[in-house]
Design a binder for this molecule. Sequence first.
Ligand SMILES: NC(=O)c1ccc[n+]([C@@H]2O[C@H](COP(=O)([O-])OP(=O)(O)OC[C@H]3O[C@@H](n4cnc5c(N)ncnc54)[C@H](OP(=O)(O)O)[C@@H]3O)[C@@H](O)[C@H]2O)c1
Length: 331
Amino acid sequence: MTLNKKIVLDSRPTGKVSPANFRFVEAPIPAPGPGEVLVRHHYLSLDPAMRGRLDDVKSYVKPQRLGAVMGAPTVGEVVASNHAGFKPGDRVVGMGGWQDYALSDGRDLRVVDAARIPLQAYLGPVGMPGVTAWYGLNKIIAPKAGETVVVSAATGAVGSVAGQLAKLAGAKTVGVAGGPDKCAYARSELGYDLCVDHKSPDFVAELKAALPDGVDGLFENVGGVPFATCVRRLNTFARIALCGLIASYEGAPTPLDNVGRLLITRSKIEGFIVSDHMPLWPQALGELASLVAAGRPKWRETIREGLESAPQALVDLLHGGNFGKMLVKLA
Ligand SMILES: NC(=O)c1ccc[n+]([C@@H]2O[C@H](COP(=O)([O-])OP(=O)(O)OC[C@H]3O[C@@H](n4cnc5c(N)ncnc54)[C@H](OP(=O)(O)O)[C@@H]3O)[C@@H](O)[C@H]2O)c1
């Protein structure tokens, strides 16, 4: 009998997450009951927010349950269905978690067109990360032509789309990324006007030099020194889309030592969670799908092979070991 391989959360991390916090289990592949769908996963998504769910703390989502399959967005193929809305062969995006197969009652599944756009892109530029970039850029920063927009984690799943949307809006775009390869890619492929390497010993001076006209829009994914440096360079009526603070997900909280600059410049800073804006998803996904089909935004992926690679992939994602969207390929 073919078994369903799964990974469950075995213990909560103290400090940094490690593969030892997870446990591998096997069980028979379930058969769909009335109204249910069985999906064979092709890819699962690794997302920085998963780190927050490993802690038993109050947040905008419930913590991951110990002993339960690790939750994650997935794409795959319907292999059996007792649900009128799905048939075998349908390609679907869902929340199937770290396992090869998942049962669903259909409420978390959406049929997608994998003929025009690669299936795994529904976990990236035409999925949650793309909508996150779309929301923060269009609804919070709303750049005008000629303004300067800074994007941190500039080549990542969210940042790569945010930077390209800002460029399409006519902004001057400045990326912040880790290492010369990521910075070269940010400029040559993603179209950033400039990209500054946060690993450079002269990072602060280089970022300041890249911002001669100050900062009108900041798409903040990281926190820490890049964030503080950009706050010091804010222009009057600047907008900050506070999307993520990945530098502090396993470390000390991000200090904000120049709050006065927000006041003096009358800047807006808005934290947002993309799942609060579900009514806007169809519009965002429609626009992103049209743009992707037309060749922009571009994106890249880091693909790890096999379910067993998921825990280490999560560890690596949290420390810059991905180049573009981090995925695990299951089939
Ligand atoms: N608000 C929302 O609804 C929402 C939704 C999705 C994602 N997010 C947030 O958006 C951010 C990006 O997520 P993503 O899925 O697109 O991940 P990603 O950017 O594809 O990958 C994470 C990247 O963060 C950078 N990074 C990690 N640690 C860092 C550190 N200490 N200093 C500087 N950079 C560091 C690394 O890029 P470099 O190597 O270039 O530094 C790494 O590749 C995260 O903060 C995430 O939590 C928020």
